[in-house]
Design a protein around this ligand. Structure first.
Ligand SMILES: C[S@@+](CC[C@H](N)C(=O)[O-])C[C@H]1O[C@@H](n2cnc3c(N)ncnc32)[C@H](O)[C@@H]1O
Length: 231
């Protein structure tokens, strides 16, 4: 009882962030707290990153795009797997792009990595450019999944693959801030959206993350990574 009152007071004076603020930061990190939220995401998503790096099966010479890279900590993991690749990234949070550019300065100078401040529904790339496109914890924020998927389809090479990694609706519903996000998905809902947008050969990998600390909440998490091909 006393603890609840203390929490309410801390929320009221702004000493702990409320759910709406957390939701907004995770959707599009902004202002002076963006850097802190970037680091919190790295901590909460570490297990997921380790799985995804293997799922991507990076091969020599591939052109790869990450959408929603936030503070850009995943790029070094890609290059650790295979140095002989070319990587691009897009994110529509200005502070995140700045922080990611600073963190990955050497890769950018070596012409191995290009980072863009833009939205995934209008990307500054020629058609059929990428062998692989991936996103981690992004699809919940799309107001119109269709227009984003069409743009991804456009910039993927024929035979190229799109990897979408996301936490499942059932477990995200246990976190108070996810009610402010646009869309949560179960696996089949998401797969039917991919199919409607002409992706084929869709496979799914379920990742059991067990207990994860998410912005101060301990939850049992389950994620899915869909792998879909562009004809
Ligand atoms: C929850 S964070 C995930 C960060 C990172 N991928 C991870 O899992 O740790 C979502 C990131 O995607 C970016 N983002 C969300 N919607 C986007 C869009 N439509 N276009 C580009 N970036 C987007 C946000 O700015 C934010 O940096």
């Amino acid at each position: 009882m006393k603890q609840n009152l203390l929490k309410k007071m801390l929320l009221w004076v702004g000493l702990i962030p409320n759910s709406r603020f957390i939701a907004k930061q995770l959707t599009q990190p902004f202002g002076s707290k963006a850097e802190k939220f970037g680091k919190l995401m790295n901590k909460a998503n570490d297990k997921l990153y380790k799985n995804i790096i293997d799922i991507l099966e990076i091969k020599d010479g591939e052109e790869i795009l990450e959408i929603g890279f936030a503070n850009g900590r995943f790029f070094e993991k890609l290059f650790k797997k295979n140095k002989n690749i070319k990587v691009s990234g897009v994110d529509y949070s200005e502070p995140m792009v700045k922080i990611a550019r600073e963190y990955n300065e050497d890769l950018i100078e070596d012409n191995k990595l290009d980072l863009y401040y833009c939205s995934s529904n209008a990307m500054p790339f020629e058609s059929k450019k990428f062998d692989k496109i991936f996103c981690i914890n992004l699809i919940y924020f799309w107001e119109n999944a269709e227009e984003n998927l069409q743009e991804i389809f456009r910039v993927l090479k024929p035979g190229g693959k799109f990897y979408a990694c996301f936490r499942l609706k059932d477990c995200l519903n246990k976190l108070p801030y996810t009610r402010y996000w646009t869309n949560l998905y179960e696996v089949d809902d998401w797969i039917s959206i991919l199919e409607k947008n002409n992706f084929t050969d869709i496979n799914k990998i379920i990742i059991n993350e067990h207990q994860v600390e998410m912005m101060g909440h301990k939850v049992q998490l389950k994620s899915c990574c869909t792998i879909a091909e562009r004809v």
